[in-house]
Design a protein around this ligand. Sequence first.
Ligand SMILES: NC(=O)c1ccc[n+]([C@@H]2O[C@H](COP(=O)([O-])OP(=O)(O)OC[C@H]3O[C@@H](n4cnc5c(N)ncnc54)[C@H](O)[C@@H]3O)[C@@H](O)[C@H]2O)c1
Length: 310
Amino acid sequence: MAGRLAGKVALVTGAGRNIGRAEAKLLAEQGARVVVNDLGGGPYGTEAGDASLADAVAREICDAGGEAIGQCSSVATREGAEAAVQKAIDAWGRIDILVNNAGIVRPARIDRMTDEDWQLCVDVSLTASFHTCRAAAAHMIAQRSGVIVNTGSPSGFGHWGMGNYSAAKEGVLGLTRSIARDLGEFGIRCNMIRPVSHLTGTHTPEIDETIAESARLGIPLLWNKPMAAPRMTALPEHVAALVVWLCTDAAGHISGRDFYIQGDEVALIPEPEAIRTSINPGGWTLDAFDEDANRTYLFGDIPNRFVRHG
Ligand SMILES: NC(=O)c1ccc[n+]([C@@H]2O[C@H](COP(=O)([O-])OP(=O)(O)OC[C@H]3O[C@@H](n4cnc5c(N)ncnc54)[C@H](O)[C@@H]3O)[C@@H](O)[C@H]2O)c1
C-alpha cells in the first residue's frame, strides 16, 4: 500500500478498540504493516481476555486492503511484550514503529487505593512501555532507525483519586525523555502524547466521579487553572492522526517531547524548568528557609490551591 509509511512495520499495543484501533488502522492506511496487539481485556485490568479482539481489527485492516496480524499477549509482562515485538520480527523481519497505547485505570483516593489498584495500573500503564521499548530498541538500534510514541495522560498533571495512574503516566514521560536521549544517536525518536477522548474505554464512570469530586472540593482538576471546556470531543481518529504524523518523516526533528490533544486542540507541553531560584551563599539552613519565606523570594507567596482556609 502506498502512503507516508510505505514499507514500515509497526506494533500498536492495546489496539483492539478505540484509540489503539484507530492508530493501527491509520498506520495501515499509510502503508505500514501492523501487528495489532490486544489481550482483549477492559479498562480495569481484571476483565477476562477476548483473544479474538486483536484478530478482528487485523481482519478489518486486511479487508480494507492493508496488511496486519493480530497478537493477543498481555504487554504488562516481559514475556508478553517480547512476544508482541517478536511477532513483527517473525512476520516482516523488522520493527520501525512502536506505539505504546495499552493502559488501564483504577481510580481510588490514596487512603483507599489497594495494592492491586496500584500494581495493575503501573504494570499496564507504565511497565508495559518499558518492556516493549526495551525489546524493540534492540532491533531499532541494529536498523539505525525507529520511532516510538508512548501514551501518557493529562491525569499525570495531578488528578484527584488517580495517584496510581498519574504516577504511571508521568513515569511514561520520564521514560520517553530518557529513551529520546538513549537512542537519539541511532536515529531513533521517542515522544509522548496525552490524549483526551471521552467516548473510549478508559473514560469510565469512575473517572466522571473523580471529576465531580474535584468540582465539589473546588480544586483544580488537572492543570493549574480550571480546564477550558473543549470545543469538541476528540474522536480516536483525531488522536491517531497526531500519533501517526509523529511517526512520519515530517516529524523527523521531534523527539523527547510531550503533546496534549483534546477535541480540535493540540498543545506542546513545556520542558520542566525552574520558575524561581534562590541562592543562599554558604548553603541552606532552616533559618535561611524561614527568612526566604518571610521575604517572599521563593517560598513566601506560593499559594496552596488544594487546602481550603476558613
Ligand atoms: N480515553 C481517554 O480520554 C484517555 C485519556 C488519557 C489517556 N488515555 C490513554 O490512551 C490509551 C487508550 O485509551 P482508550 O480509552 O482507547 O482505552 P480502551 O480501554 O478503550 O482500550 C485499551 C485497550 O488496551 C487493551 N489492554 C489493556 N491491558 C492490556 C495489556 N496488558 N496488554 C495488551 N492490551 C491491553 C484493552 O483490552 C483495550 O482493548 C490508554 O493508555 C489510556 O490510558 C486515554
